[in-house]
Design a protein around this ligand. Structure first.
Ligand code: T1G
Length: 683
């Protein structure tokens, strides 16, 4: 199919890209652009050229479908240089999200016009890359060093309106105007005034007037937290100051190609495609439209969930049994929004609008107008079953009934509802207005329409929604339990508290696992585990946490846990270390020293083996869902891809050998062995 149409409008040649869904720069699009420029350049009837797009956005970047494949001509740098070299003025017409190579095409044009609400950006660092088609050279020539460094090393999206005072755009149009018409009018007006010229950004000099690159690069290094691409991007800009566009692009290209072969870029590109895959649930039903949502329970979770929904434009009925509890919940929601305003994440008017859609009530009957009801009450199966019995009578017969339980059996809850097909889990992660992960839990009788509705709502909440099945802890927390067991087993075997946290944090985890325990409260997990039978085959099972709880060391909230917290700052606590050492000796566990690598390896292996088992048991649809869960729910470093990505990097043979380390004192297999053949599946 021809992905670039050539349209002639009077004396204007229009190249219209039509390659759904986002007009990515496929080989056919790149070829069509070159062909179109050649054709219009040699046509004497044509005085100017417009590059525009059909569908939902201007070019959103290089085609991710071509990533990992051998590059094909015409290479994008050659395409953008051909556009800039055009002897007839070329105008880019932007809307939607013009990103990466798409924005680089626009930068190579001689003029840029856009909708005010269009977004532009060079997000390549999010894929472990740098702009590879002149972006590091043309952007600084237009917006200067500071702004271009910020945009290229941060990888964020920017509204076109934010450049109203720069030379980036020659015209910006309000959202009620027709972009194609306005672009043609812009060109015709300029042509009439004989004021539409070939203005090549690349021919401008890239000078830095004593720009303090050293300070800028130090700041970027500190923020990069182990990610390579931002630093490479900054270094390319610094190295190309004063160079011609051709020399600068050669340096850029060399750095781009090197990054494209890096493990970090493979991990980040994998993470991006894994997220897109997770959204493909194979559910055979269209989602219901949801406008009014009830959140039952105004505690930390309920108020966080309510905040997330209000921020996404929903009306929320927040329900709590007592007026006092309800007032406290409303206060928590209000303080969430005031924090958003203080941090600049949200304007006051937007925050006020959100709060205006909050309806607080102590009456359960207010669920009657809601298409979705989310329960976030006390984590007790009987309490939840009683509530769902009431909801069955009060809610609309087609309302989706979702529980936010972290561990309880949703099948048991569904049993009390006359139509159990509308019962699902929506497992948010605390704080629910911040954490991106949402596990949509499919109980045995959950209907596809209920699940599809939850997945669609998750997307509206800008959550990373993953469809999972029912088991103890579903997918994320079951792996978290396995990970925690291995961490605590190493404590009992002699690994230090700080050593474990530092090893995991320097490997890339957002926080040390023991500091996380102290933050969330050691008793939370301890109580959930105590409701389950104790695994007699594993005598050390979370005994380090148990001894903390026995000594009222619950973490930050009691001023001490694995650490102590004078003035709220975590410091080493010898008493905690002594208690754990004594427990280890009581259990007859030989104490020994550990290397940091061994700590990281055993923790990773625990995650990998449990993740594979979840896939084999059908709790997740695909192995890559495991990685999406761990990237968005547990602070797994994105530039490491996820536990399964790490397993695939290691390979089955090395992994099988390494997994033998997950044994007990007598070499017995504490945890059932895992079949590794599944790692060959490319889901
Ligand atoms: N190529 C191909 N398909 C893409 C795509 C891309 N770049 N981006 C998105 N899609 C598909 C996606 O798979 C999904 O398909 C559909 O579009 C909607 O996506 C040389 C090398 C554009 C902001 O990093 O940030 O250019 O599942 O669900 O939430 O310097 O997608 O429907 O079949 O995400 O509205 C730089 C990545 C590449 C942009 C839209 N560009 N994409 O978000 O929809 S590197 C990017 C996004 C580069 C050059 C370098 C987002 C979006 P399907 P979606 P959305």
């Amino acid at each position: 199919m021809n992905q670039v149409k050539q349209i002639i409008h009077n004396n204007i040649g229009i190249l219209e890209i039509d390659y759904p869904p986002v007009n990515a720069l496929s080989q056919a699009v790149r070829h069509g652009l070159v062909e179109g420029i050649n054709a219009f350049e040699s046509d004497n009837q044509i005085s100017a050229i417009i590059i525009r797009c059909a569908n939902r956005t201007f070019i959103a970047g290089a085609d991710i479908k071509e990533f990992g494949q051998p590059p094909t001509t015409p290479f994008l740098p050659d395409v953008v240089n051909r556009i800039e070299a055009s002897t007839k003025p070329v105008v880019a017409s932007l809307f939607g999200t013009s990103l990466g190579g798409g924005f680089e095409v626009a930068l190579a044009c001689h003029y840029r016009v856009a909708m005010m609400d269009a977004k532009v950006g060079l997000p390549e660092v999010n894929l472990g890359l740098i702009p590879g088609a002149g972006g590091t050279q043309r952007l600084p020539r237009i917006v200067g060093e500071d702004k271009s460094l910020e945009m290229i090393t941060g990888g964020k999206h920017y509204s076109a309106a934010s450049f109203v005072d720069s030379h980036l755009f020659d015209a910006l149009f309000e959202s009620d105007q027709d972009l194609n018409e306005r672009t043609i009018a812009f060109v015709e007006k300029k042509l009439e005034a004989n004021d539409l010229n070939v203005r090549r950004v690349g021919e401008q000099e890239f000078l830095d007037e004593n720009y303090d690159w050293q300070t800028a690069i130090e700041k970027i290094k500190a923020k990069a937290r182990g990610k390579e691409a931002p630093l490479v991007a900054a270094t390319v800009l610094q190295k190309t100051v004063g160079k011609s566009i051709a020399d600068g692009m050669a340096i850029e290209r060399e750095a781009f190609l090197k990054l494209r072969e890096s493990e970090q870029s493979a991990a980040l590109r994998y993470a991006f495609s894994a997220e897109k895959q997770a959204a493909k649930t194979k559910l055979q039903a269209e989602p219901k439209t949801v406008k009014e949502v009830a959140v039952i329970g105004a505690g930390n979770m309920g108020s966080g969930i309510a905040t997330a929904f209000l921020s996404a434009g929903f009306t929320i009925h927040l329900i709590e049994q007592t007026q006092e509890g309800l007032d406290a919940g409303v206060e928590r929601v209000a303080s969430n929004f005031s924090r958003n305003v203080k941090s600049g994440r949200m304007g006051q008017a937007a925050a006020d609008d959100c709060m205006s859609r909050l309806v607080a009530s102590t009456r359960l009957e207010t669920v009657e107008n809601c298409e979705l009801i989310i329960e976030a009450i006390f984590e007790d199966i009987e309490v939840k079953k009683t509530l769902f019995t009431d909801l069955d009578k009060l809610a609309q017969p087609t309302a989706v009934l979702a529980t936010n339980t972290s561990y309880l059996d949703i099948n048991q809850i569904a049993e009390v509802v006359s139509d159990p097909s509308r019962v699902i889990g929506m497992h948010f992660f605390s704080p629910a207005n911040i954490m991106k992960l949402l596990e949509v839990v499919k109980a045995e009788r959950s209907s596809d329409v209920a699940l599809a509705t939850a997945m669609a709502v998750g997307k509206q909440l800008k959550k990373m929604s993953v469809l999972v099945g029912v088991c103890f802890g579903f997918a994320g927390n079951r792996m978290y339990t396995r990970y925690g067991r291995e961490i605590q087993q190493m404590l009992l075997e002699g690994a230090g508290i700080e050593q474990i946290d530092k090893a995991m944090a320097s490997w890339g985890m957002a926080m040390g696992p023991l500091a996380v325990q102290d933050l969330s409260g050691i008793d939370i997990g301890h109580n959930a585990r105590s409701a389950q039978p104790f695994p007699a085959h594993d005598p050390g099972y979370f005994r380090a946490a148990a001894v903390m709880v026995e000594n009222q060391r619950l973490g930050r909230k009691t001023g001490k846990g694995f650490y102590q917290y004078p003035e709220g700052k975590a410091v080493y606590d010898q008493e905690a270390a002594n208690l754990i050492r004594e427990k280890g000796l009581d259990l007859g566990i030989t104490q020994r020293s550990f290397t940091n690598d061994e700590i990281v390896e055993r923790a990773l292996l625990a995650l990998i083996s449990e993740g594979i088992k979840l896939y084999q048991e059908g709790i997740v649809n695909r192995l890559s869902d495991i990685d999406v869960i761990w990237l968005h729910g547990y602070g797994f470093p994105r530039h490491k891809g996820g536990p399964i990505f790490q397993a695939k990097q290691l390979g089955k043979e090395k992994l099988a050998k390494a997994l033998t380390k997950l044994r007990g004192e007598q070499g017995e297999l504490i945890w059932p062995p895992v079949e590794l053949g599944v790692l060959d599946t490319d889901d």
